[in-house]
Ligand binder design. Structure first.
Ligand code: SF4
Length: 449
């Protein structure tokens, strides 16, 4: 309908502001690709840019408030410069019962679209250039291709690659299934081609496969493929690289995946497996589809198969109905698993989700006390954990940082390599940890070059 011959954006500047998770970070990389295909140039100033894109998140109220306030801050600038174009996209406008009535409250925002049609951004911009009328278009299902092939990535070592969109799990606290829709996997061939190009032509060392629940990958495809099968085929790509993935769901985390992780050197030995609570009663109320026993059985198998694995998790503190006893079960879980990293959040109501209607909400002050207690405990565990690295060998990405050679483990720990002659940048090698001082690791490279 609107083609690039009508493009009045050539040479104009753009600025993309991103809120939220890695999925959104990567979405913004794709948005940058779309804008550059219109001949636009990136600037780091929202105030000066000809087009400003707000790629929003609504998983927590804070992210939503921040985005809203930042959009409002541009209102006087737009009044002075009516030619400036403001676009709002992502999860925030996609919500049915959002905190803000965006159409009504933001008449000065030129284009408001959701998560399912952001891939059509070029078309919306071209249309706006002709009509000059606000576009408000929120659709319920994805339109057009799931991915663009010209994303402009932020990082030159780690590249994000989407493998599955949406989520079918409906955890009672989570807004994602309502704003991202049902699970939709990309085909293995499409993913394979993208990863191969990133590794062999663009030199990426880490590929992080993204999805709300990567373990559910492929169930919806015409020819169903498991996530473990996808990983196996990606490991056949030639090159010096590793694959990471997030996020995993304990319910769909099978033994086949543990086997592939263990056997394939190209799969990073790092796992982010959100548990959310140490209480099976709370897990049931969260509709997580697993109990503590199931979660612990996965951890046991993973640690047995890969003793050096780096484990991290997410925890929600103060979920409705969480008693002191439930909370203590979460603390007990932390002491038992000894995660390398814990991301703890206080439960916050999201309207439109079942848990927001639960009557037994926990007092904010109490949530605060609990989350701080949990974080203090985790700090002690993490400090203590450093000891486990002594004399162990980790396959690391060797880099030069500020003139010093450093090995980065799959879990992101830095190991300093003193007196090491660095030849070329960024390759994988085994590093043995020989010293730990003030929680800083140093080691020697088993260099096979
Ligand atoms: S698995 Fe649960 S928490 Fe994760 S995106 Fe789906 S509904 Fe949300």
């Amino acid at each position: 309908m609107y083609n690039k011959n009508m493009n009045s954006y050539q040479g104009k500047s753009y600025n993309v502001i991103t809120y939220g998770c890695q999925m959104n970070v990567h979405e913004s990389e794709k948005i940058r690709g779309i804008l550059s295909s219109l001949g636009m140039l990136e600037t780091d100033s929202a105030e000066n840019a000809d087009v400003v894109i707000f790629n929003t998140c609504c998983i927590r109220e804070g992210a939503e408030d921040r985005a809203y306030n930042n959009i409002m801050a541009l209102k006087p600038i737009k009044e002075k410069n009516p030619n400036k174009i403001i676009v709002l996209c992502g999860c925030m406008p996609q919500q049915k019962k959002g905190k803000y009535n965006l159409k009504e409250k933001l008449p000065f925002v030129d284009i408001i679209i959701g998560t399912h049609n952001v891939n059509q951004l070029a078309q919306y911009l071209l249309k706006f250039a002709v009509t000059k009328k606000q576009i408000y278009d929120i659709v319920d299902k994805p339109t057009g291709a799931l991915d663009v092939d010209n994303a402009i990535r932020d990082d030159n070592i780690n590249a994000y690659v989407n493998i599955i969109y949406g989520c079918n799990k409906f955890c009672t606290y989570c807004i994602v299934p309502y704003v991202r829709g049902r699970e939709q996997s990309r085909t293995p061939q499409e993913i394979y081609n993208e990863v191969k190009n990133l590794v062999q032509n663009e030199g990426y060392k880490f590929i992080t496969l993204l999805g709300q629940n990567v373990n559910s990958y492929g169930k919806d495809l015409k020819e169903p493929t498991t996530f473990a099968e996808l990983l196996t085929s990606l490991c056949e790509i030639e090159g010096d690289f590793k694959i990471k993935f997030m996020t995993s769901h304990p319910m769909d985390f099978g033994d086949d995946l543990i086997k592939v992780m263990k056997n394939e050197p190209k799969i990073a030995k790092a796992l982010h497996l959100p548990v959310q609570s140490g209480s099976s009663k709370i897990l049931a109320r969260m509709n997580r589809h697993y109990d503590l026993k199931h979660y612990m059985s996965i951890i046991k198998k993973v640690k047995h198969a890969m003793p050096n694995i780096s484990l991290s998790t997410d925890i929600i503190v103060g979920f409705p109905g969480e008693t002191e006893k439930d909370f203590n079960l979460t603390l007990k879980l932390l002491k038992k698993v000894k995660f390398d990293q814990v991301f703890a959040f206080m439960y916050s109501k999201r309207s439109g989700t079942p848990a927001a209607e639960f009557e037994d909400q926990i007092d904010e002050k109490e949530k605060n006390i609990r989350v701080n207690k949990l974080l203090r405990l985790q700090k002690i565990i993490q400090k203590d954990q450093t000891k486990k690295f002594f004399k162990r060998t980790y396959n690391c990405l060797i880099r030069q940082i500020n003139g010093v050679a450093v090995g980065i483990t799959d879990g992101g720990k830095e190991i300093y390599i003193p007196n090491y002659k660095f030849i070329n940048q960024n390759y994988f090698a085994d590093v043995k940890i020989e010293d730990i001082r003030n929680h800083k690791l140093s080691g020697v490279v088993n260099d096979k070059r």
